[in-house]
Design a protein around this ligand. Structure first.
Ligand SMILES: [Zn+2]
Length: 303
């Protein structure tokens, strides 16, 4: 252990003049990690707390995440209560003032976007509703991501002013490709007849995605966010699918598939299972991921 430390010390001593200490940024979710990585480039070292296979409402608070947060210079979170069940204890145990809620090193990316599903009447979390402050699932939407990309660029520039011009340039380039991608997908959707633009979701994970693509969600298999379906509700979803002609069911990898598959079979439809986030371990980019998400839904609607 000691030998390793000495060796690392020598390496940094030998580092060429002008080499910068990289900003250590933790992101709660893989898609936010991808944004930080693509905007931060070589000046930033990114750690992601949740894996793309994990439901972001219920991430396993592994002890090594405390270490990641203890060492981080900054923390980027999704917000809108998505991480409320697992992140606050990790932040507390990390004993790192830089990444506490409200600190300059803390960015709640939901403050950068216009919110959907904001409740107009009080929501009772005790009844299982897990979207009390508005819908938190905006990371599937290229338009929201465009704002998040620019906001992350400004955030990194505040923490590392020397890198600000580079963050700004990288953010603009990425936001520009997201904009081009939005137009490309909108054109594909516009070619679909209106009656083919109706979908059913398992969880209310996609209102931002549907608004971007111009799709209409006619039902969710969960009666309320976080509440598993009961037979009466499933029967109502089936009736709605028959009445509206919706034949495509969209869900994420971690949600149970049996009800979705049964409903799809009964109406001769398809289940589209979307990846929950960018898979950085496979070298995926933000645009690769969005192509998979939008492409998966559009492909199913076309058939
Ligand atoms: Zn949710």
């Amino acid at each position: 252990m000691r030998a390793t430390l000495v060796f690392l010390g020598m390496l940094s001593f030998l580092a060429p003049e002008g080499a910068v200490a990289r900003l250590r940024v933790a992101a709660t979710l893989p898609t936010l990690g991808a944004v930080v990585k693509e905007v931060g480039g070589d000046r930033v070292e990114v750690s992601v707390l949740a894996s793309p296979e994990e439901d972001p409402h219920y991430v396993d608070p592994r002890p090594n995440l405390i270490l990641v947060l203890n060492r981080a210079d900054a923390l980027v979170v999704n917000g809108l209560d998505l991480e409320v069940g697992w992140l606050p204890p990790l932040q507390a145990q990390a004993r790192n003032g830089r990444i506490q809620t409200g600190a300059p090193g803390y960015l709640d990316a939901s403050t950068l976007i216009p919110r959907l599903d904001v409740p107009t009447t009080p929501v009772d979390r005790a009844q299982g509703d897990i979207h009390p402050g508005g819908n938190p699932h905006y990371l599937f939407d290229a338009r929201s991501l465009e704002r998040v990309v620019r906001g992350v660029g400004e955030f990194l520039g505040r923490l590392d002013p020397e890198g600000a011009p580079e963050y700004g340039r990288r953010a603009e380039t990425l936001a520009g490709s997201l904009e081009a991608f939005q137009r490309e997908q909108a054109a594909r959707i516009a070619a679909l007849p209106v009656e083919k633009r109706r979908v059913v979701s398992y969880h209310r994970s996609f209102p931002y995605l549907y608004q971007w693509l111009g799709l209409e969600e006619v039902a969710t298999i969960e009666p309320r966010p976080g509440i598993p379906p009961d037979p009466g509700h499933v029967a109502r979803v089936l009736a709605t699918m028959k009445a509206t002609g919706a034949r495509v069911i969209v869900q994420e990898t971690w949600q149970p598939r049996n009800t979705s598959q049964t409903l799809a079979r009964l109406v001769g439809g398809t289940v589209v299972v979307l990846p929950g986030g960018v898979d950085l371990s496979r070298g995926e980019s933000l645009l690769d991921h969005l192509r998979q998400v939008a492409g998966g839904v559009i492909h199913a609607l076309q058939h």
